[in-house]
Design a protein around this ligand. Structure first.
Ligand SMILES: [Zn+2]
Ligand SMILES: [Zn+2]
Length: 280
């Protein structure tokens, strides 16, 4: 059931507008939030401009070798922030965000409605917006006692390619290595999920097939062989994931074979061309 956020009327799930006050039951970002966001972003731009002015007046700015002391960084901030603010002020709220917002509002009002909205948000969301919705749904499924399904969502969030991109960008701004950070976070995610009941599966070079890995992410029969294509899974999905790994490897092998054929053909072509030139 959809609870109207204006008059609190409880509407049937398929209702688009409130039965009592006719309010849109799938509203976009409110006017107040838009204006507030715009003002905050303008404030940041003004601060950046002030810092630039101070840098200009002091003339020789001590360069700490860090992004904070770079006038380029502050200049970018002063230019980009007002544009971002305008976009935020006038942007149409995408439909999947509307469902996500409504789901969050219903987490305490009606959990089944929240779940239905999250499923709809997930169906409509573009690839890069999925992780945030999966995270929300995982929490809700846990609360509903559907632990297997919840774990599946948490695995999907952890295995999302961009899972730690934002954090990685921050550490790289601070001068640390992004890849090291992302790998470390992934390792941490994996051990957390495994203690929650997930199994790790990987392709063992020794067995020549995907196997269930031990707690050190190694093949139990070949603890010293390299393991690749590591994936996490809910125990009942083990078979499917193994099949996926085999399918992926076949595809990779085909690609490798084709690139080898191209390289060999290119070498042959070069060889005969040179031969022809020398003979002529
Ligand atoms: Zn209403
Ligand atoms: Zn093995």
């Amino acid at each position: 059931m959809i609870h109207c956020d204006k008059c609190k009327t409880v509407n049937p799930p398929e209702q688009r507008y409130c039965l009592t006050c006719h309010r849109d039951l799938l509203p976009g970002t409110s006017f107040f939030v838009r204006v507030l966001g715009f003002i905050i972003m303008l404030g940041i731009a003004a601060f950046a401009a002030w810092v630039l002015w101070k840098m200009y007046q002091a003339e020789d700015v001590p360069d700490l070798g860090c992004f904070v002391s770079s006038p380029i960084w502050w200049g970018l901030l002063a230019v980009i922030m007002p544009i971002a603010g305008l976009v935020f002020l006038f942007k149409r709220t995408p439909i999947h965000e509307r469902y996500l917002d409504r789901a969050k509002r219903h987490l305490t009002l009606d959990q089944q409605q929240a779940l239905a909205d999250l499923n709809e948000a997930l169906r409509l969301a573009p690839e890069k917006a999925r992780a945030a919705i999966l995270k929300e749904r995982g929490k809700l499924l846990d609360a509903l006692g559907q632990t297997q399904q919840a774990l599946r969502d948490r695995i999907a969030v952890a295995e999302d390619a961009s899972a730690h991109d934002a954090g990685g960008d921050v550490v790289s701004l601070l001068g640390a290595d992004k890849d090291t950070f992302v790998n470390k976070m992934r390792e941490q995610d994996r051990s957390l999920l495994r203690s929650a009941g997930a199994v790790a599966i990987g392709y063992c070079r020794g067995c020549r097939m995907p196997v269930e890995l031990n707690e050190k992410s190694r093949c139990p029969r070949h603890p010293h062989r390299k393991v690749s294509d590591i994936r996490l899974a809910v125990p009942e999905d083990t078979k499917t994931i193994k099949a996926e790994i085999i399918e992926n490897r076949k595809r990779e092998d085909r690609k490798r074979l084709i690139s080898w054929i191209i390289v060999i053909l290119a070498i042959l072509l070069l060889y005969f061309t040179f031969k022809y030139i020398i003979m002529a």
